[in-house]
Design a protein around this ligand. Structure first.
Ligand SMILES: CN(C)Cc1ccn2c1[nH]c(=O)c1c(Cl)cccc12
Length: 127
């Protein structure tokens, strides 16, 4: 470095806080969960169909939410604790089990992903 030239301050690295790391780990645990055949159950939960595609969904479900929305809340820093993230995942799984028939694949996948979320959270708290 040429002497006398002020070093420009390095771009401040945005540190992830421990809470942000926990939230991300839990979100990824749901997103990456695969069954014993390698199917990623979270795929259908990423994005809700639109109101025009599925009008009766929005008539039946008071607070529609999908994983895209949960992710955006997370990166916006809207979850102040793990319970708030858990509430939105549980809301999403309950929506899926309210709208879809118990025999449907998405209903059963919602139950499995809910269990995966709870197990990931339990392992995290045990650490
Ligand atoms: C399978 N199809 C008719 C319903 C369908 C299709 C997609 N999605 C649903 N139902 C849902 O409850 C649902 C939820 Cl919570 C989050 C994201 C996507 C969903």
């Amino acid at each position: 470095r040429r002497s006398g030239v002020a070093a420009s301050p390095k771009k401040a690295r945005t540190q992830t806080t421990p809470l942000q790391q926990k939230l991300t780990d839990l979100y990824e645990a749901v997103r990456n969960f695969t069954d014993n055949r390698g199917r990623r159950l979270s795929t259908v939960f990423q994005r809700l169909p639109s109101r025009s595609e599925l009008p009766d969904y929005y008539a039946a479900i008071k607070r529609p939410i999908d994983m895209e929305r949960i992710r955006s809340y997370m990166v916006q820093g809207r979850y102040q604790d793990v319970d708030s993230l858990a509430e939105d995942f549980i809301l999403m799984f309950n929506n899926a089990c309210t709208y879809n028939e118990p025999e449907s694949l998405i209903y059963r996948d919602a139950l499995l992903l809910h269990r995966a979320f709870l197990e990931a959270r339990r392992q995290m708290e045990d650490e």
